[in-house]
Write a protein that binds this ligand. Structure first.
Ligand code: GDL
Length: 500
């Protein structure tokens, strides 16, 4: 399968997340990686660069402009396309000539710094307009087309022949289905937005587990062009406890022929993006077939030297178990999944439900607990079950210890920014593994099955405490997406027990 034509196909990275933008030194490292791996585009759109979004009318100061100029030159040196994005949607007046003039001034400043490619983003904004705009444009989509087309023409008149990108207000299938941005928003974009302008799209969801060819072909009919994928697969700005170092996955190679490009908006912590970006680059140039796991394993091998410590070295095998624990939003890597299933079967199933390995395992409800009986094999006694449980408990404890030890090793990383990016998550992972190990150890003791368990290191208030954790316990998210009130006893976990 042929890889896409590398000049027109945009492949690369969006700095497009909420939170602290990357440092210039990180961007320099990024550009080195991208050039070496064959990626060609960097889209500058950090949500919390104030002048990208919140105060989009304001010009950059001299020092800010100099810093941006240096980034643009750095991209040029690496033969990368630098795209500058503005997000005026929070408070722009679509019929205001003054606001249009502000946009011109902002673009003018960027043109002077050597930027040739631009984007206008209307994601994550209130989808309402003031009455005057509503009267003049009739719909949100028409207002967006007017501003974007007019800015595009202005940019062309000012000498730039670069790419021009647009992000619609409904930028994924679910938002479009819910008529986000108004009924027929995308159809209007298809009709009214100039055909030279690329339209960003994140897939069926904001964070899409899969993006199929059929989904994109359907969208092409509405947009009347190939969409440009803004991929949030590895974005982690929406969840402070996780990061994603799994492979680029869930997209077929054939997708490349249906889109104008693949740009990924990855983890906020730059140092955690080695594998996501490396595997995206491999995916873009892959001649087929695509094996995401293999791509992950070989990228992990390359990432491994960055895990040099001041003490005992970490093994690649342990790094993979760790990476598998922070894999992708919708799935753990296989090693982490095995660890989870083992823990879940031990803890939820308990010794009473445990069957010897090879009979019907594992022991958790829903994971094959029912032992209908095998002809000729005696029904397991309580004793057999307890000993099977102890055996599995010991396998779990070995694995958990391995992972905990790896986390301890991380504190000795020579690459401190890498450790700092990992440290809070590692703390939490260690804490949870430690608790489970204690629980399993306790329950392994004879006669402990019905004895209540406590841990002196996991106490109300300091462990899983705080308002957010309490709020989280109120509604339980089921795997089918249903949100249901949690059982009463979970609700006031933080309250001291009162006898009154
Ligand atoms: C979004 C935002 C993006 C954010 C991501 C993940 C788009 C077009 N916009 O919806 O800035 O990083 O979700 O939280 O994806």
């Amino acid at each position: 399968m042929a890889a896409p034509d590398s000049t027109q196909f945009l492949a690369g990275v969006i700095e497009g997340f909420y939170g602290q933008p990357w440092w210039d030194a990180e961007r320099c490292e990024l550009f080195g990686w991208m050039a070496a791996w064959g990626l060609n585009t960097y889209l500058y759109a950090p949500k919390d660069d104030l002048k990208h979004r919140a105060i989009w009318r304001e010009l950059y100061s001299l020092s800010e402009a100099e810093a941006l100029g240096a980034i643009i030159r750095n991209c040029e040196q690496h033969h990368l396309r630098f795209i500058y994005a503005l997000s005026p949607g929070l408070d722009i007046r679509y019929s205001s000539e003054t606001d249009l003039a502000h946009l011109h001034k902002r673009i003018e400043q960027m043109l002077a710094l050597g930027c040739q490619d631009f984007a206008l983003l209307f994601d994550d904004i209130p989808d309402r307009m003031v009455t005057e705009d509503q009267k003049r444009w009739g719909s949100f989509a028409s207002a967006h087309c007017h501003v974007t087309n007019s800015l595009f023409r202005w940019v062309r008149e000012h000498g730039s022949q670069g790419r021009f990108l647009f992000c619609p207000t409904p930028y994924c299938g679910r938002m479009a289905e819910r008529n986000y941005g108004g009924e027929g928003y995308l159809a209007t974009i298809g009709r009214e937005l100039l055909p030279e302008i690329d339209v960003c799209w994140t897939g069926p969801e904001i964070i899409s587990r899969e993006i199929t060819v059929a989904h994109i072909q359907e969208l092409q009919k509405t947009l009347r062009r190939k969409p440009l994928i803004w991929d949030n697969l590895h974005a982690n700005d929406y969840d402070g406890r996780r990061f994603y170092c799994g492979p680029y996955k869930g997209r077929p190679l054939e997708l490349r022929a249906e889109v104008a490009g693949l740009l990924t908006n990855p983890n906020c912590e730059f140092v955690l993006n080695y594998v996501p970006l490396r595997t995206l680059a491999e995916f873009v140039k892959c001649e087929g077939p695509w094996d995401a796991r293999q791509a992950y394993l070989s990228a992990m091998r390359e990432w491994w030297p960055r895990f040099a410590t001041i003490g005992q070295p970490v093994t690649l095998e342990d790094l993979i178990l760790f990476g598998d624990s922070y894999y992708l939003p919708h799935e753990e890597g296989p090693e982490a999944e095995k660890l989870y299933r083992l823990a879940s079967s031990l803890i939820i199933g308990g010794p009473a439900n445990c069957l010897p390995v090879g009979r019907v395992t594992p022991c958790a409800p829903g994971l094959g607990t029912t032992d209908a009986g095998t002809p000729g094999v005696p029904h397991p006694t309580a004793e057999t079950r307890t000993s099977a449980w102890s055996e599995q408990a010991s396998v779990f404890r070995q694995k958990a210890t391995r992972l905990c030890q790896f986390c301890v090793r991380m504190t000795e990383l020579k690459h401190r920014p890498l450790f700092y990016a990992l440290s809070r998550r590692i703390w939490e992972l260690r804490e949870e593994l430690d608790l489970l190990e204690r629980y399993v150890e306790f329950k392994s003791k004879p006669g402990s099955a019905d004895v209540p368990f406590t841990s002196d290191f996991h106490l109300p208030g300091t462990y899983r405490g705080g308002l957010v954790a309490r709020l989280q316990r109120l509604l339980t998210l089921q795997s089918d997406g249903l949100l249901t009130p949690a059982p009463e006893q979970a609700q006031d976990y933080n309250q001291p027990v009162s006898n009154s």
